[in-house]
Design a protein around this ligand. Structure first.
Ligand code: NAD
Length: 484
């Protein structure tokens, strides 16, 4: 059986931890065994990353670093089919999604941050001094050092490179802990790093679990200089606590319970197309997905029926088949969680417009499938409306006016993303300005310009990544004051 190893100091090595099983979510079958990194392996990876900070990597000019990053992007594209297969086997996501989003964006992140680092400026201030000669202050941008990168499973290559690319662009070294559910593409990237000529120790990968395992060994390692994390809010709290020892900076991209607001002047076709994606894409396993929908009363029935009809259009089955449009959830454990909310919705008396159960798919009975689901009728304090479910489901509540919609949307401990659907752009701007979320889309969803600030408000995270904001996290500005 295929074995997935750790990548430490430019070499693939077994860890001292146990082997664990990696399953294909579409069938539930074990497809590979992963060698977990123990504490001493994490230490070896961090030490390699620390040594690399003073090796050939440190002596590269920015232009040379940029050239290497572009080679990494080319290397991913050159092995596109291998990355695609590895990502699909780990996640079960349909090839139509992974080939358009995960792998191309994974490669593009290296080019985007190569462009970014090529054009970033630093500040300079001239100042007056009593002798009249003056002084000049200027900032230099220094890499932070060894970055611990702890990743989730929903967009494995894309979200990992969203952190690794800017970290390397800024001259840091990294130790990546991929999700235990999706170890393959981060490992394959090790081969691409070697082929591209990235010096040993600059990119390291350690496999394993979270608390009490590899993730915790990494986030609590004293030689990790900063930690960037994407995942659940409770895990973010544990990482932040670990980072507090040694006063290390953290960037946290956390969970959400994102609202969508549909006004009665919305273009219904555009709205349903957008909501179909925001509620069900990637089997609802998108941090930006819409799990709470607020629809103005006059068009409530129409939107609910059309969204329910959309939910019934998905084709399940072989993720490698171009016709498949809905994959399974990541694991049986996650399916148990999602189905527990489907049960809570029923028990709470929800009206089910679509789905609510498990589809039967011949040949894929062992996979972690669920039906895309649309409910209404639950109170706002129901766990179905409060908690992040991370499945292909949404609850719809009617509202009467703009003020009520804003109150409902903001009534959440999370604040990651919102979508507003209206043809009245004054209203779109007005409402966007009052939503407590890091990202608001008007008449679109997941339309991403990678130069823009990305991150959550409230319990959805700390810090912003994207464009120059990533560079702010992955570098430290140091001021030099020269008396003239
Ligand atoms: P998770 O928090 O369970 O795991 C994420 C990673 O953290 C894994 O690699 C895991 O092994 C590790 N981990 C777990 N406990 C740890 C600990 N105590 N110390 C160190 N590492 C630990 O998240 P997940 O289930 O993999 O991903 C789904 C979650 O990610 C959802 O909540 C989703 O909203 C969120 N997410 C957020 C964004 C964003 O940009 N805000 C993007 C994608 C996913």
């Amino acid at each position: 059986m295929k074995r997935i190893q750790n990548f430490i100091n430019g070499r693939f090595v077994d860890g001292t931890g146990d082997l664990f099983e990696n399953r294909f979510p579409a069938t539930g079958e074990v497809q590979s065994l992963v060698s977990a990194a123990g504490e001493q392996d994490v230490d070896a990876a961090v030490s390699a990353a620390k040594r690399a900070l003073t090796g050939p990597w440190a002596r590269l000019t920015v232009q040379e670093r940029i050239a290497l990053l572009r080679k990494v992007a080319d290397g991913i594209n050159a092995r596109f089919d291998e990355f695609l297969r590895a990502e699909i086997m780990d996640t079960g996501k349909p090839v139509s999604i992974a080939s358009h989003i995960d792998i191309p964006r994974g490669a593009a992140n290296f080019n985007v941050f190569a462009d970014q680092i090529a054009s970033v400026a630093t500040e300079a201030f001239e100042m007056a001094t009593p002798d009249g000669a003056g002084a000049l202050n200027y900032a230099i941008r220094m890499p932070r050092g060894v970055i611990g990168v702890v990743c989730p499973w929903n967009l494995p290559l894309l979200l990992m490179t969203w952190k690794v690319a800017p970290a390397l662009a800024c001259g840091n070294t990294v130790v990546v802990k991929p999700s235990e559910e999706t170890p393959a593409t981060a490992t394959l990237l090790g081969e691409v790093m070697n082929e591209a000529g990235i010096p040993e120790g600059v990119y390291n990968v350690v496999h394993g679990f979270g608390g009490g395992s590899t993730g915790e060994f990494l986030s609590s390692h004293p030689d990790v200089d900063a930690i960037t994390f994407t995942g659940e809010t409770t895990t973010g709290e544990a990482i932040m606590a670990a980072a507090s020892r040694g006063v290390r900076p953290v960037s946290l991209e956390l969970g959400g319970k994102n609202p969508g607001i549909v006004f009665d002047d919305a273009d219904i076709d555009i709205t349903i197309e957008g909501l179909g994606r925001s509620c069900f894409a990637n089997t609802g396993q998108v941090c930006l997905g819409t799990e709470r929908l607020y629809v103005q009363r006059g068009i409530f029935d129409e939107v609910a029926e059309k969204l329910a009809a959309r939910a019934r259009t998905y084709a399940y089955g072989d993720p490698f088949d171009q016709k498949t449009t809905m994959g399974p959830l990541i694991s049986e454990e996650h399916r148990r969680k999602v189905l527990s909310y489907y049960e809570k919705a029923k028990a709470g008396g929800a009206e089910i417009f679509a789905g609510g159960g498990v589809p039967s798919i011949q040949g894929y009975e062992g996979g972690s499938w669920v039906e895309p689901t649309v409910w209404t009728g639950l109170p706002e304090d129901s766990p179905v409306v409060r908690d992040e479910i991370f499945g292909p489901c949404t609850h719809i509540t009617p509202f009467d006016d703009e003020e009520e919609a804003i109150q409902l949307a903001n009534n959440s401990p999370y604040g990651l993303a919102t979508s507003i659907w209206t043809t009245n752009l004054s209203r779109g701007h007005r409402v966007a300005g009052r939503i407590d979320a890091g990202i608001t889309w008007v008449n679109c969803w997941f339309l991403r310009d990678l130069r823009t600030a990305f991150g959550g408000s409230k319990r959805s995270g700390i810090g912003r990544e994207g464009g120059v904001h990533s560079l702010e996290f992955y570098t430290e500005l140091r001021n030099v004051c020269v008396k003239l």
